[in-house]
Design a protein around this ligand. Sequence first.
Ligand SMILES: CC(=O)SCCNC(=O)CCNC(=O)[C@H](O)C(C)(C)COP(=O)(O)OP(=O)(O)OC[C@H]1O[C@@H](n2cnc3c(N)ncnc32)[C@H](O)[C@@H]1OP(=O)(O)O
Ligand SMILES: O=C([O-])CC(=O)C(=O)O
Length: 394
Amino acid sequence: MTEECKITMNTGLRGVTIASTRISDVDGDAGKLIYRGYLVKDLAENASFEEVAYLLLFERMPKAEELAAFKKTLVGRMPIPSEIIDALKTRPRDALPMDILQAGVAMLAHHDPDVRVEGSRDAAIRMGIRLIAGLPTLVAAWDRLRNGRAPVAPLPELGHAANFLYMMSGRIPDEEAASFFDACLVLHAEHSFNASTFAAREVASTRAHMYAAVGAAVGSLSGALHGGANTRVMQMLKEIDTVENIDAYIEKQLGSGGKIMGLGHAVYKVDDPRALILAPMSRRMGERIGEVKWYEISRRLEEKAKAAFKRHKDMDIYVNVDFYSASLYYAMGIAMDLFTPIFAISRVAGWAAHVLEEQFAGAAPKPMLYRPESEYIGDYCGPEACAWEPIDRR
Ligand SMILES: CC(=O)SCCNC(=O)CCNC(=O)[C@H](O)C(C)(C)COP(=O)(O)OP(=O)(O)OC[C@H]1O[C@@H](n2cnc3c(N)ncnc32)[C@H](O)[C@@H]1OP(=O)(O)O
Ligand SMILES: O=C([O-])CC(=O)C(=O)O
C-alpha cells in the first residue's frame, strides 16, 4: 500500500451544513432546541404530541378545530391491516422489536395505494399520517403477540400517547402517566439532521416514497450510538445495580475504552435540554411505584461520570436524551427493548416532516439527490489500474 493509500478522513460529517431546514434547530452550545420556532420546553409543558405532529407536518400550530380533526384522523388510522397482524404472528418471538418495526413499516406500504402516487405532497402527507398513526399500533401489537396475548384495538376517546400505553398494556393509563408519556413523545419528535433523519432525507432525495425513507430511518435509529442507546442505558443501570458499584463501573468502562451510554452528543456541548425535563419525570415515576433506585443510580452516575471524564480525559461530558428516558420508561413498566421503538413512534413525525421538506419544499432551488464524494484509498490507488488476471491464474 502506498503512502497515499492510508485512511486520511472519516469525518462523520461533523460541523458540515448540508441543507437548509425550517423544521428545527439544535443550538449545541446554548442547549436550546426549537421545533418550527417553538422552544421544546414550552411544547413539552403545553402541547400534546398530536399538536406537535401537526406543527411539524403542516408548518404551523393547529387551531382548535384543526387539532380535533387531526386527532380524529390519527386515531382512525391507528388500526393496522389484519394481514399485518397475521404476518407478525409468524415472526420469532425473540426477534428484535426494531427489526419488527422496520418490517412493519414496509408492510404498511404494501397496503397503501399512495405509494404509487409520485410527486404529490398530499399523498406524502397522507402516508406520513398513516405512519404516525400505525407505528404505535405495530409496536404495541408486537409486544402483546410475543407475550402470547391478543392485540388490543385503540380507543377513539384516548389521545395518541394514552392509546399507545393502552394498546400495549390493555389498561387505560392514569392522567399523570399519560401526560408524562405524551411529553416524552413531544421531546423525541424532532432533532434536525441526526443520523436517522439524515437517512430518511437521503432516501427521500432519490424520490423514493415516505415508507422507504422511514424504513431506512428506523434502521438507523436502532443503532447503539443513536436511538438504541436508551435500551443500553437501562441495561447499564441493571448491570451497576447499586450506587456502591458506580465508581467501579465507570473505571471499568473508561479504563477499557468503553462507552457510558446516555452520555455525550455529536452537537450538544452542554446537558441536552430534553434530559433536563426527563430527569424529574423519572424521579416522580420512580416515587410513584416506590422504586427510585434507578433514578438515583442515574443521578449519581451522571455526577460521578462527569467528574471521571474530567480526571481521565480532561474533558466535559454531558447527558443526552437517552440517559433519563431509560429509567422513566422502566418505571412506567415498559419492556426495555421497547424503549427504542418508542423513540421511533415519536420521531416518525420529524422524519415525515423532513421527507416532505426534502421532496416538496427544498430550500435549495430544487431538491438535490444526495451524492457526496469519497476518497479512494484502495490498494491499487496509484496511477495504474490492476492488470486483469483470469481466475485460474490468481
Ligand atoms: C438520540 C441520540 O442519538 S443521543 C446519542 C445517544 N448515544 C449514546 O448515548 C452513546 C454514547 N455516546 C457516544 O457514543 C458519543 O458521545 C456520541 C456517538 C453520541 C457522540 O460522539 P462524538 O461526537 O464522536 O463524541 P466526541 O467527539 O464528543 O467524543 C470525544 C471523546 O469522548 C469520548 N466519548 C464520547 N461519549 C462517550 C461516552 N458516552 N462514553 C465514553 N466515552 C465517550 C469519545 O470516545 C472520544 O474519546 P477519544 O477522544 O479518546 O477518542
Ligand atoms: O441529534 C443527534 O445527533 C441525536 C439526537 O439527539 C436525536 O436524534 O434526538
